[in-house]
Design a protein around this ligand. Structure first.
Ligand code: UD1
Length: 423
């Protein structure tokens, strides 16, 4: 079993580069299904989830060539892709659900295994399902699969989302681009990853108005064509580096990032006492004092991203003062707090609030990453904890952070990958 062993106390200094966004590239890969022929995606991150999505596309009949040295994917989509996404892949990556919209639109059918814990109509997929039904698809659930079909071409529809869900916006958008007529998605998500997929779809010939706003107007076209598209930089990885600089009292320049995608998070770091400088291709974060505690409220973009919440809890756990962190998207995210407590952090949760009282010191201990961002938060805490922190559940971290260990080492961190028995 692989683990990361972090010995705290080093100030991080130097430069890092950010790859393309995990939360965008997986959807861009699914979007290629909308047009037969060879599409190329560049700025592809070297993460496990990309491999899982590549395998899923291969099983749908696509040829997928991943040149990881060039961060490029070449996807050859057949005239008639298959339409089944099996449980063995979906259980490894919930984002597999993003093939639903393009498959129904393109081949009139999609059988996608339900990600664990979800049921048709339950929180999690209800808005995806409702959006497709409004466009004329029939959607049922049987034997753990979501079965969607449309005998004829999908028809346009107006959808008002109860909540600006990223996934539901993407599913409905990818179905609407090939539907008959003009569809409207109101209260749509506005994340940079949504803008990214809209740009790619426009490059394929889709007609989309209101990109980057909460009302998307999509005029369906008869067919789309293949495209070459560069993935938007990963703002969550960039934000993780920013916190790494601040928590260690370091000085880190992050290249290949868009500071304007992280406005609130960088502003919070400035409030915590960091000096933040925007650069043409990223930003620089410097910290020369113990951070001050900062309150956080997670919200859909442009609010504070839930995917940076654990990293900021880690920062607050060693800050001066107390902070209130409110999680409005995923309550389960607070599970990571119990692991952080093993390092001595003082965090109390109540529903979707966490009160973090900063301590002057954490102490290294074995901890378990329960998801990608929890893993990032624990590594950050390990960087500042006294002694050695052993992080289990490395597979989660590998899903979102390509080359994390060498990059941290290059900044001066004392971290290595090992097996549970040799640490
Ligand atoms: C995506 C990101 C994830 C990020 C999240 C919010 C990917 C692969 N993952 O997840 O990292 O944390 O956006 O920025 O891109 N919901 C419903 N019904 C639905 C859809 C969603 O109730 O039909 C609820 C969810 O249970 C959750 C909330 O809406 O509580 C947010 O979900 P959503 O914005 O859809 O996130 P994801 O697309 O799953």
């Amino acid at each position: 079993m692989e683990v990361l062993r972090v010995t705290g106390g080093q100030r991080l200094t130097g430069e890092v580069s950010v790859p393309g966004a995990k939360n965008s590239v997986l959807k861009l890969m699914a979007a290629t299904l909308l047009a037969p022929g060879v599409s190329t995606i560049t700025n592809v991150p070297g993460i496990l989830d990309v491999e899982i999505m590549a395998e899923l596309l291969r099983r749908l009949g696509c040829g997928v060539e991943h040149r990881s040295d060039e961060a490029t994917l070449r996807i050859d989509v057949p005239e008639r892709p298959d339409h089944r996404a099996d449980y063995d892949l979906v259980r490894r990556m919930r984002a597999s659900i993003c093939v639903l919209g393009p498959l129904v639109a393109r081949v009139g059918a999609a059988d996608v295994a339900l990600p664990g814990g979800d049921n048709i109509g339950s929180r999690g997929l209800d808005m995806h399902v409702d959006g497709l039904r409004r466009m004329g698809a029939e959607v049922t659930s049987e034997h753990g699969y979501l079965l969607a079909s449309a005998r004829n071409r999908l028809t346009s529809a107006e959808t008002w989302l109860d909540f600006p869900s990223v996934g539901a916006t993407e599913t409905i958008l990818m179905a609407a681009v090939l539907a008959d007529g003009t569809s409207v998605i109101d209260n749509a998500a506005r994340e940079p990853e949504i803008v990214d997929i809209c740009r790619m779809l426009q490059g394929m010939g889709a007609q989309i108005d209101g990109v980057g706003t909460s009302t998307l107007r999509i005029e369906g076209v008869d067919e789309l064509h293949p495209v070459e598209h560069a993935t938007v930089p990963d703002r969550i990885v960039a934000g993780t580096w920013a916190v790494a600089a601040a928590i260690t009292g370091g000085d880190v320049t992050v290249h290949g990032a868009q500071a304007d995608h992280l406005s609130i998070a960088l502003e919070k770091l400035a409030t915590a006492g960091a000096s933040v400088e925007s650069l043409p291709d990223g930003f620089r974060v410097r910290m020369d004092r113990r951070p001050a505690a900062v309150d956080i409220v997670t919200l859909p973009y442009p609010g504070f991203p839930t995917d940076l919440q654990p990293q900021f809890i880690a920062l607050n756990s060693v800050a001066e003062g107390a902070a209130l962190v409110t999680e409005n998207l995923f309550e389960a995210r607070f599970r990571f707090v119990q692991e952080l407590a093993r390092l001595g952090a003082d965090v109390r949760t109540d529903g979707h609030h966490a009160l973090v009282r900063g301590r002057s010191m954490l102490s290294g201990a074995p901890v378990e990453a329960t998801d990608i961002r929890a893993g990032a938060g624990l590594v950050l805490a390990g960087l500042i904890a006294e002694g050695t922190t052993t992080v289990y559940g490395v597979g989660h971290i590998d899903r979102g952070y390509a080359g994390l260990v060498p990059a941290l080492q290059s900044l001066g961190a004392d971290i290595e990958r090992g097996t549970a028995t040799d640490v």
